[in-house]
Ligand binder design. Structure first.
Ligand code: S3P
Length: 453
């Protein structure tokens, strides 16, 4: 049966479908959920499988726009890919085996991780390649990755250190010594990927950050040595001639799980289990911070998949949340979770202080600004500088106003944080650009509905 819809109604529907309106807090719940595959691991798996010889397979790859952009870029570089319902298959091109046309353009969409890591693999590109991205990514800094990759011998043209970027690789890549001072896993990983195809050893001194690439290299038997020092790692990577194809199971994403952990902490009489989450210690800053603030969180069923630690996370509501003077040593391991952590600080007793966080303003949107904007709209007092925020918590916080969130550069984490704030604190919220969740967590709203049921 066909239903005739007038053009005006259709437009209204489309506009309506782009935003979400929430008017009610969530009721108590006791649920167990499974979150989609980890984004950092999904992108790394695809890039490394493209360098292997033979067919590699992954289970539970995240099917979000950032991953589809990764697969599309690899396809443009001549890599054969089959994305099936449960498995993704990549027919690897081998080391330095990309085949592509002159003047190829790769669209990396919204993904900083893809944009920066793929440049590492292109340090050896024989022909020029142009990298473009969406509005948000085009505002972000690429000098941080261009500088070290130039040392290998690649040539770059960029728009003042931003996208679009043109890279022309070198047939004679030099080994480099590189010091990574920001704690950026993207910069470290780009250099590690470039090092795969040099003529010797690349040495990196890196401020500690997520170490998925190091774990992957060990799993793939790529010659790598990591010496752990107090706050940094000394990493040595040797070139390889061949990587054997490999199968991989991608665990669930702790950054996506964090939204539901916080929803549970802030809700009344609720409990939640999130199954099979990657709890690599370079990613669990959020758990440590929430526990310091009084949250009740436990890991159960610990396992190791291909070198990565996995567990089920158990969390329950917390009545007496304490403010935190957040140790800066947690900053890199919680870097993607601060927006959602700020909501817990809003309900904690006392003033919370988070500092040395200038990197937060380098993300999909300036997140320190958005964090304080959301809190201010909720009636929470904040004091914000370029790299810090003080949050004046209120254990009895309730919102009864109308709040509209829009023009936030479609930052998926601003959208999801706003939805959690609405469900936890009340008020009438209109959050625009619902499609922003497609970049990292397409089933976010579906899981909210599962929890509500
Ligand atoms: C990522 C590293 C982090 C993080 C991003 C994913 C990665 O970025 O914010 O979401 O997968 O390597 P930086 O390396 O810029 O800190």
């Amino acid at each position: 049966m066909f239903i005739l819809v007038s053009p005006l109604k259709l437009i209204n529907f489309l506009i309506m479908s782009e935003k979400i309106i929430i008017k009610k807090t969530i009721n108590s719940f006791n649920k167990s959920i499974q979150i989609e595959g980890d984004k950092s691991l999904s992108i790394r798996w695809a890039l490394l499988a493209s360098q292997a010889t033979g067919i590699s397979k992954a289970k539970n790859i995240l099917k979000s726009e950032d991953i589809l952009s990764s697969l599309n870029c690899l396809k443009k570089l001549g890599v054969k890919i089959k994305l099936k319902k449960k498995i993704c298959e990549i027919h690897g091109a081998g080391i330095n085996g990309f085949l592509y046309k002159k003047n190829t353009t790769l669209n990396v969409g919204n993904s900083g991780t893809l944009g920066r890591l793929i440049l590492g693999l292109l340090v050896h590109s024989k022909k020029r390649i142009k990298i473009i991205g969406d509005k948000s990514l085009s505002k972000r800094d690429f000098i941080r990755v261009i500088k070290p990759l130039e040392k290998f011998g690649a040539k770059f043209k960029s728009n003042n250190g931003k996208l679009p970027i043109i890279i022309k690789g070198t047939s004679n890549p030099q080994n480099i010594i590189y010091e990574e001072k920001r704690g950026s896993a993207q910069c470290k990983s780009a250099v590690m990927l470039a090092a795969l195809n040099t003529f010797g050893q690349t040495k990196i001194k890196a401020k500690r950050s997520r170490n998925h690439t190091e774990i992957f290299f060990k799993f793939l038997k790529i010659p790598i040595k990591v010496k752990k020092k107090s706050t940094f790692d000394l990493i040595t990577v040797r070139n390889v001639k061949k990587i054997n194809s490999f199968n991989y199971r991608i665990p669930s994403d702790i950054s996506s799980s964090a939204f539901f952990l916080v929803l549970t902490v802030l809700s009344n009489n609720s409990k939640l289990t999130v199954k099979n989450v990657n709890i690599n210690s370079t990613r669990t800053g959020v758990i440590k911070i929430l526990k310091m603030m009084g949250a009740k969180i436990k890991f159960k069923n610990l396992k190791i998949y291909n070198g990565e630690k996995i567990a089920d996370i158990y969390v329950s509501s917390s009545k007496n949340l304490k403010s935190i003077n957040c140790p800066t040593s947690f900053n890199t391991s919680a870097i993607d979770e601060f927006l959602i952590i700020f909501l817990v600080a809003a309900k904690a007793k006392g003033v919370s202080y988070f500092r040395n966080l200038s990197e937060l303003n380098q993300k999909e949107s300036p997140r320190l600004k958005w964090g304080s904007k959301i809190l201010n709209l909720m009636g929470v007092k904040t004091k914000t500088t370029n790299d810090s925020i003080k949050i004046y918590g209120n254990p009895n916080l309730k919102v009864d106003k109308e709040i509209i969130i829009k023009n936030y550069l479609k930052d998926h984490r601003v959208f999801m944080t706003s939805v959690i704030a609405a469900l936890a604190f009340g008020g009438k919220w209109t959050v625009h650009d619902k499609d922003s969740i497609k970049t990292s967590f397409p089933s976010f709203l579906k899981i909210i509905n599962e929890i509500k049921r």
